[in-house]
Design a protein around this ligand. Structure first.
Ligand code: HEM
Ligand code: HEM
Length: 277
């Protein structure tokens, strides 16, 4: 995705962005020579409306992203246009305001817009510097399939443990608890280091230590059971790594999206203030 984002469609949005920026500079040059720029002049209002439309188009990406059946351009095209249009708002709005800012809700809207644009740039950098997004596990499974596979192993373990000594059931319960813990980690997983090899080695040691408590008649069953535990541990460690990567890749969106909504609200108040008061 990152390769095509900036250069999508033979750089059409890159060129569009550059031409837009030049047009803005030229128009502002003439505008500022004919009158004192401010938000309430005719030119100022034109920039204001263009800015508002640009913001609505930018917000529409959230809908387009989830509108899977839409034939309204490709998602890459929309995102590429989004980046350049987003950057242009950094020019359009100050030109609208005549580069005059105060301690008011109008300026608050602009400050929020700057935060949204900066977080967008951070997101773009993250997409560029993190080369692998979601790869498949050695088994050829994608992360969403892994969860189903882990649940399947857990079911097998439960079934297996039912007719065995209590140590099997304890082990099953512990595995079920680990599974719940992993799923409920959410964003904390970003700050947890995952070393699959170390986790697997530790589980092997734990299982080996348990072997002494297993009656001779159940030793063979236990090694089968231990095989399931290790298979599950391996899949879980891999899944945790992938969840961490996915959360890291998307962390900036937790600034980008809420702040963009707050910005739209501030723009709404700005319009109410300037149009009705
Ligand atoms: C249809 C869209 C818009 C209209 C009609 C509009 C209208 C106005 C008007 C009439 C003013 C002058 C207010 C005054 O001098 O007291 C103004 C100033 C301003 N507007 Fe807008 N605006 C629009 C969109 C936006 C948007 C989208 C933003 C920011 C995200 C924005 C940010 C500002 C700022 C920062 C000022 C300068 C405030 C100041 O001088 O302290 N405007 N706008
Ligand atoms: C006023 C400016 C902007 C607004 C209001 C805005 C708003 C949004 C919204 C609502 C989404 C959809 C997120 C979602 O639903 O998951 C989005 C996605 C995105 N934005 Fe912005 N954005 C702005 C500027 C920028 C800028 C300047 C950049 C980059 C330099 C940028 C980069 C992105 C990217 C790459 C995505 C797609 C994320 C993904 O699909 O993983 N945005 N933006």
């Amino acid at each position: 995705m990152q390769g095509t984002l900036l250069t999508y469609g033979s750089k059409r949005y890159l060129w569009g962005g550059l031409i837009g920026a030049v047009a803005l500079f030229v128009s502002y040059f003439y505008y500022s020579r004919t009158m004192t720029p401010s938000g309430s002049t005719v030119w100022g209002l034109v920039y204001g409306w263009i800015g508002l439309i640009a913001i609505l188009v930018l917000m529409f990406l959230g809908i387009r992203k989830r509108w899977y059946s839409s034939h309204l351009g490709t998602l890459e095209g929309w995102t590429s246009a989004h980046v350049y249009l987003g950057l242009l708002t950094l020019l359009i709005i100050p030109m609208h305001a005549g580069f005059r800012f105060g301690w008011d809700v109008h300026t608050l809207a602009y400050v929020l817009l700057v935060v949204v644009v900066l977080s967008g740039i951070v997101g773009l950098l993250i997409y560029h510097t993190v080369p692998v997004i979601l790869t498949t596990h050695e088994s050829g499974m994608l992360p969403d399939k892994l969860e189903a596979e882990i649940n399947q192993i857990l079911k097998e373990m439960k079934h297996f443990a039912a007719a065995k000594p209590v140590v099997f059931q304890h082990l099953y319960q512990e595995e079920a608890r680990r599974c719940r813990e992993l799923k409920s980690q959410g964003w904390r997983i970003l700050f947890t280091r995952v070393d699959p090899a170390a986790i697997l080695a530790q589980r092997m040691r734990d299982l080996h230590n348990l072997l002494a408590d297993i009656p001779a008649t159940d030793q063979e069953g236990f090694s089968k059971f231990a095989g399931l535990v290790l298979q599950k541990t391996e899949l879980e460690a891999y899944l945790a790594g992938q969840m961490r990567l996915k959360n890291g890749l998307q962390s900036w969106l937790y600034v980008h999206v809420p702040v963009s909504i707050a910005m739209v609200a501030a723009v709404g108040i700005h319009l109410l203030v300037v149009l009705y008061y």
